[in-house]
Structure formats: structure tokens, C-alpha cells
Ligand binder design. Structure first.
Ligand SMILES: [Zn+2]
Length: 206
């Protein structure tokens, strides 16, 4: 068992979009674990017609000082285009996603199929919870999509969660909870990193 304190999470800015009068950032998250380097979501690397009116400004992982080859494992919280658009950069590496999300992404309209199944992309479909590495586990968190998942990092104290779009903005934590947000709150996290917020969300302490 590795020392939980030695697991670190680093957000990496990869793009922003213009949504409802504001710039909405897109972050991916790198988890440095003694047994490997894990990337949670992959952002976007190119423009897509469906996002043209969002005036995307891209800073793809492949065009910044980022060691692509140093990533051992990729996790997709879900497969919307702004979360899987860089999956092709990790062809041949295992990409962990909930099976339900993969099935939906291959059959439903609000996904960009050619990004989901880009050449060389190899998924490891997951059914429910999975311990990816010691102290690091995948937990289903349906709501934003049916097959969404979050990554729970044991820190020795309260866990740190990488939530993807479990809440798209902090305010969503005050809205009626989805099953996913309920599950996240029940874990009593110290903080939750989100894909579209600059700062992590922290539960209010009363
Ligand atoms: Zn999404």
C-alpha cells in the first residue's frame, strides 16, 4: 500500500469556450501516483462545427509543455467532446470509462463519434466501482450523463475528488442533487476538482 499523501493532483488548462456571456475553462487533471501517472479527461485538440459558435480557444496537450508519453493510464469522466477530444493523443494506452457511457457515446446524438472512436483509441469498459491503483478509485456518478464517473483519491484524510462535470459550475452543488452529486457529497470530500472551474469546490463547513 502506497503512502496516500504521495498522490498529487495537478489541473492543466487546455481550452476555453464562450458560454452564456462568459469564458468557460476546460481543465484536465493529472494524478501522480507512485505506481503511475494518470490523466483524467483529455480536452479538445481541434475545432468541431457543433462548437463553432462557442468561439473555442484551444491549448491542446500536444501543443504545450506536457509529457504525453509519460501518461500511463487515461480516465474519461464521460465522453462529451470537450472531455475526450484528446483521446487520440493516447492511442494504445488504456482509457478507462464506464461501459454505459461508452455505449451511449456510440449510439446517442450529443457525442462526437469520430472523437470517441478515433484511430488507435482503446477503451477499458468499467462496470461500477473500480480500484484503479491503491488509493485511487473510479466511482459511477450518473447525472450529467448516465455513464459519468468520478475519480476518488485517498489522501489519508478526507478524499479529493476529480469530478469532471458532476457539477458544471460550483452553483450546481446547491441545486437538487443528481445521483452523482449525492454520491460525491456522501464521500465527504475535502475538495472536488471540476472540469470547468478554475478553483476546486469545497463543501461549506458549518
Ligand atoms: Zn459534459
Amino acid at each position: 500500500m502506497s503512502d496516500p499523501a504521495s498522490i498529487t493532483v495537478t489541473p492543466v488548462f487546455v481550452a476555453d469556450l464562450y458560454v452564456e456571456g462568459e469564458r468557460m475553462p476546460i481543465y484536465v487533471h493529472v494524478i501522480d501516483h507512485p505506481q503511475g501517472r494518470v490523466l483524467v479527461d483529455t480536452g479538445m485538440t481541434e475545432l468541431h462545427p457543433t462548437a463553432a459558435d462557442l468561439d473555442p480557444r484551444l491549448r491542446p496537450l500536444s501543443e504545450q509543455d506536457f509529457d504525453l508519453a509519460g501518461i500511463d493510464i487515461v480516465v474519461n469522466t464521460h465522453l462529451h467532446g470537450d472531455h475526450c477530444g484528446g483521446n487520440h493523443l493516447f492511442a494504445g494506452k488504456p482509457i478507462y470509462v464506464q461501459r454505459r457511457e461508452l455505449d451511449d457515446a456510440r449510439s446517442e446524438d450529443d457525442y462526437i463519434r469520430e472523437w470517441v472512436d478515433a484511430p488507435g483509441v482503446r477503451y477499458v469498459p468499467v462496470d461500477g466501482e473500480l480500484e484503479l491503483l491503491p488509493g485511487l478509485r473510479l466511482v459511477p456518478a450518473p447525472g450529467h450523463t448516465r455513464g459519468s464517473q468520478v475519480v476518488v483519491v485517498e489522501t489519508g484524510g478526507r478524499p479529493v475528488i476529480i469530478g469532471g462535470d458532476v457539477a458544471v459550475w460550483h452553483g450546481e452543488f446547491d441545486e437538487p442533487p443528481t445521483e452523482g452529486r449525492q454520491r460525491v457529497l456522501a464521500l465527504d470530500p475535502e475538495l472536488v476538482w471540476l472540469a470547468h472551474e478554475h478553483e476546486p469546490w469545497r463543501p461549506r463547513t458549518v
